[in-house]
Design a protein. Sequence first.
Length: 149
Amino acid sequence: MASISDLIENFLKQMIHETNGVIEIQRNELANYFKCVPSQINYVIDTRFTAERGYIVESRRGGGGYIKIKKVNINKSNYLMHILNSIGDSITQQTAEAFIKNFYDYDAINEREAKIMMVAVSDKVLSVPQPERDRIRASILKNMIVNLI
């Protein structure tokens, strides 16, 4: 069974898809719809609709306040270059995996490429101590992205 956070995320993504990439919602109305506290809506938006995942979120507080979520449409090459430039000298396994999942979700890579990339950045493969492991992982991920571009 899906968690309430998963249900809210899927609901919002479906709305975004149906409205060509932009929605405006009221947090309290959405919380009433899902019979949850408004902070649950904030949690989903803060963790699942991030810039890293290709979304821009704007909000206005107050009685007539709203939350606007926009899906950013960028092409594969520009997206990969943006990520390449944002990686830095080191990266954790969790962050690397989030990037790879997003590459797949945005059709920048196929399923096979995603699986290969996940294995290549895994702590199981990189059996060197920290912080060197995160530096090596960043180098591997950057080289894979360069080859995709």
